[in-house]
Write a protein that binds this ligand. Sequence first.
Ligand code: ZN
Ligand code: ZN
Length: 288
Amino acid sequence: MTVMSSLDLREDWRALLGRRPALAETLAVYEGILDRWADSSAPVVQVGWTAEQCRERWARRVPLLAEMPVPFSPEEVEALLGLALGLLASVGAAEEAALQRFAEAWDRGGIGPAALLPAQGRVGSLEPEIGLERNAVAFLACVSLRPGLDGLFSDCRVQLVDGVWDLGVCPFCGGPPGFADIIEDGRRRLACHLCGGGWVYPRLRCPFCGNDRATDLARLQPEAQEEGYVISTCQQCRGYVKELDRRVRWNAGPALVEDWGSPHFDLIAHRQGYWRPSAPLIHFARPA
Ligand SMILES: [Zn+2]
Ligand SMILES: [Zn+2]
């Protein structure tokens, strides 16, 4: 079955820039991505799996994507990948030589979409010789794969019910959490930027290492005017995820918009020695 994908975050993005005008210039780099995503109208293939097929995998703690053939051809992701490579170069977020090596390997078929998919504990599985750091690979994967993965899983999102998935990675694509929302009933919902999936995960457990000792899980509070936002950290693995309490900020945007729109929180976490699997572009572009 095919549908037209639609991933238009531009209105939410404009609303966020309206709330954070001081960041508008810095964040302009994301505009091209959002325009291209909104315009992307390629037919996408849905998984087409039944509830039983999905839940059988989740019961084995396997994300759906892990047991599928690679869902895209190189040609299908090339245009967005080219845009992402250009952005990495333009903000100085990756070495020119590394980007060149990546582009050459892609052109001769040595790297394909499979190398950008989530792997155990990371996004992408590039040879270290390419020389692209983790954040850069995660960015390439997000920009180039999001519209396709978003569409791919659109028909099986409803199969995810409470209690069938308890890992800190996305049950659909296996990607790491990119943002966290505290929803109306007080539970925490983690968001995957790679496929747009979300899943409920305990508030007092680190999604990266599973640590649940309350004394290890500190919450950093950004400035007072940013009420509702915290940085949820883990002393054990030094991982962090930004978290938004939707009960306080009912007018906030989708998780990806909130994440890309709050690099100042990443800076706070980074300065205190915390890491995350996929930092926003302009954060890792900036010298520490
Ligand atoms: Zn996902
Ligand atoms: Zn941890």
